[in-house]
Ligand binder design. Structure first.
Ligand code: NAD
Length: 489
C-alpha cells in the first residue's frame, strides 16, 4: 500500500534518494488524524558515513566557486520553492498538523526568503578587510568551515532546513541535515529542490534519525560545525559533545519569554500580539511570549477582549483554509500540554478559557483548546517551564522596574516584547530585558533580514541576517611583510 506522503526513500545523499532498510523504522503520522502517512528508516552508521563523506568530497569545489555563482543557484532554489509553495505547504501541514492557512504564508515562503537573501548577499557578505600597518599590511578573508551539520526541531521543519542550509551553502560549506524524527518529510523536499536548482551533488544531504542518530553526526571528526534547533536539555548534550572536538556550534533553544503590556498600549494590538505569540503554530514556537505581563489597570479589559477573540478561533481540519488552529505535533506533546494545563488549575491559576480538548474535532487528532490562564504568579510551574503548546499565562504587574525584574527572572533568554505608546519607555524597557530578539508593539516577526537567536540558556549564535554568515565561516588573517625581516639575532 502506498502511504499518503511516502517519499522515494528515507535519505537524500549525493544528489539522490537512498534507502537502508536496516535502520529502525520512523513512522510519520499526520497529527490531525493519527494516520501513518509515511514510513522511513533512521540512518544506520553506514548512511551517516556516506552522507558525511559525500559532503566532504563536494565541499572544496563549491568553496572555490565565486560567491555570485553559488548565490545564483541558491536564488534559483528560492524561485522553485515559491513555484511549489502550495504543494510544499500541504506537505508541511501533513508533517506537522499546522493549518494550511499558516503554512501557505509562513513556511516554504520563509525558506525561500532565506535562499533568496543568502543567495543575494553571498557576493558581498563574505568580504574581508585590509589593515594598513605602516609599510607592512594585513588582510582578512572569510573562509568556510567545511562540513556543517544541521539538526532540526519539529515545529518548523522546512524553515529550519532552509535557515541552516542557506547561510551554510552561501558561505561555501556543505551541509548534512537531520530533521526531527517527528517531521521527517519537509527537509527531503528541500534537498530535492536544491538538486533541481543545480546545486552540485553532496552539498546538501538529508538523513533521518532520532536522538541516537544525532550524536553520530555531532561526534564525527569530519564535521566542523553543528547548528541545533531544539530544547535546552538537548542543547546541553549537543554542545558538550561538540566541545569534545572543539566544533563550532549554534544553539537555537527553548524559551519562556515575557511579553509586557503597559496600560497605555493599544489594547487590541496587544491582544493580537499576545495571541500570535501563543497560539500561532498551535503554540509550538520557541520565541513565544508565554508570560504575558499586563498592567493591573487594563487587566479586566485585556482579558475580556482576549477571551472573546480566543473563543472565536476556528479549530479543525488543518487542510481547510478557514482553520486557524490545528493539532499538536504528536500525541506525546498533546499529553505534555494537557498535563501542564492540569498543573495550572491545581496550582490556583484562573482558567479564563480553554483548558481541555476541543469537542468539534475527531478524537484521533492531537488537539488541545487554546487556553488562557489569568492570575498566574511567578512561582507557578506554568510560568516557569516551557510548555510548547497553546497555553497563555497572564500575570499582573504594577510598575516598570518590577516587571523588568520579573521578566528577567528566568534561565531562558530567547525573546521579549513590549506594548506601550510611550516611545522612551519602550526603548528603556527593551534595553534592560535579557533576550536575544525583542519586539516593540508587535510580536514574533522574524524576517530573514534580522538576526534571530537567544541568550542565557536559550542558546548562542544567530540565524538569519549577515550575522548568520559569520557563524558559518571563520576569519583567516594574512600578514604581509613588505621589507627585510628585522631579526635580533
Ligand atoms: P528536541 O530537543 O527533543 O530535539 C531536537 C532535535 O535534536 C531532534 O532532531 C532530535 O532528534 C535531536 N536530538 C535529540 N537528542 C540529541 C542528541 N543527544 N544529540 C544530537 N541530536 C539530538 O526538541 P524538539 O522537541 O524537537 O523541539 C522543541 C524544542 O525546540 C523546544 O524547546 C523549542 O523551544 C525548541 N525550538 C527552538 C527554536 C529556536 O530557534 N530557538 C526553534 C524551534 C524550536
Amino acid at each position: 500500500m502506498t502511504l499518503r506522503a511516502q517519499p522515494k526513500a528515507s535519505h537524500f545523499i549525493d544528489g539522490e534518494y537512498v534507502e537502508d532498510d536496516a535502520g529502525s523504522v520512523i513512522e510519520s503520522i499526520y497529527p490531525a488524524t493519527g494516520e501513518v502517512i509515511a514510513r522511513l528508516h533512521a540512518a544506520t552508521p553506514a548512511i551517516v558515513e556516506k552522507a558525511i563523506a559525500s559532503a566532504k568530497r563536494a565541499q572544496p569545489e563549491w568553496a572555490a566557486m565565486s560567491p555570485t555563482a553559488r548565490g545564483r543557484i541558491l536564488k534559483r532554489a528560492a524561485d522553485l520553492i515559491r513555484e511549489r509553495n502550495r504543494e510544499l505547504s500541504e506537505l508541511e501541514t501533513l508533517d506537522t498538523g499546522k493549518p494550511i492557512q499558516e503554512t501557505i504564508v509562513a513556511d516554504p515562503t520563509s525558506g525561500a526568503d532565506s535562499f533568496e537573501f543568502f543567495g543575494g548577499i553571498a557576493a558581498a557578505g563574505l568580504n574581508g578587510s585590509y589593515i594598513p600597518l605602516g609599510g607592512d599590511f594585513a588582510y582578512t578573508k572569510r573562509v568556510p568551515l567545511g562540513v556543517c551539520v544541521g539538526i532540526g526541531a519539529w515545529n518548523y521543519p522546512q524553515q529550519i532546513a532552509c535557515w541552516k542550509g542557506a547561510p551554510a551553502l552561501a558561505a561555501g560549506n556543505a551541509m548534512v541535515f537531520k530533521p526531527s524524527e517527528n517531521t521527517p518529510l519537509g527537509a527531503l523536499a528541500i534537498a530535492e529542490i536544491l538538486n533541481k536548482a543545480g546545486l552540485p551533488k553532496g552539498l546538501y544531504n538529508v538523513i533521518q534519525g532520532d536522538r541516537e542518530t544525532g550524536p553520530l553526526l555531532v561526534n564525527h571528526p569530519d564535521v566542523a560545525k553543528v547548528s541545533l534547533t531544539g530544547s535546552v536539555p538537548t542543547g546541553r548534550k549537543v554542545a558538550a559533545a561538540a566541545a569534545g572536538s572543539l566544533k563550532h556550534v549554534t544553539m537555537e533553544l527553548g524559551g519562556k519569554s515575557p511579553l509586557i503590556v503597559f496600560d497605555d498600549a493599544d489594547i487590541d494590538s496587544a491582544v493580537g500580539g499576545a495571541m500570535l505569540g501563543n497560539f500561532y503554530s498551535t503554540g509550538q514556537v520557541c520565541s513565544n511570549g508565554t508570560r504575558v505581563f499586563v498592567q493591573r489597570k487594563i487587566k479586566a479589559e485585556f482579558l475580556k477582549r482576549l477571551k472573546a477573540r480566543t473563543e472565536a478561533i476556528a479549530i479543525g481540519d488543518p487542510m481547510d483554509e478557514a482553520t486557524q488552529l490545528g493539532p499538536m505535533v504528536s500525541w506525546a506533546q498533546r499529553d505534555k500540554v494537557l498535563s501542564y494545563i492540569e498543573k495550572g488549575k491545581a496550582e490556583g491559576a484562573t482558567l479564563v478559557t480553554g483548558g481541555g480538548i476541543p469537542n468539534n474535532v475527531s478524537g484521533e487528532g492531537y488537539y488541545v483548546q487554546p487556553t488562557v490562564f489569568a492570575d498566574v504568579t511567578d512561582e507557578m510551574t506554568i510560568a516557569r517551564e516551557e510548555i510548547f503548546g497553546p497555553v497563555m499565562c497572564v500575570l499582573d504587574f504594577d510598575d516598570e522596574a518590577e516587571v523588568i525584574a520579573r521578566g528577567n527572572a528566568t534561565e531562558f533568554g530567547l525573546s521579549a516584547g513590549v506594548f506601550t505608546s510611550d516611545l522612551t519607555r519602550a526603548h528603556r524597557v527593551v534595553d534592560q530585558l535579557e533576550a536575544g530578539t525583542l519586539w516593540i508593539n508587535t510580536y514574533n516577526l522574524c524576517p530573514v533580514e534580522i538576526p534571530f537567536g537567544g541568550s542565557k540558556q536559550s542558546g548562542f549564535g544567530r540565524e538569519n541576517s549577515l550575522a548568520a554568515l559569520e557563524h558559518y565561516s571563520e576569519l583567516k588573517t594574512v600578514y604581509v611583510g613588505m621589507g627585510p625581516v628585522q631579526a635580533p639575532y
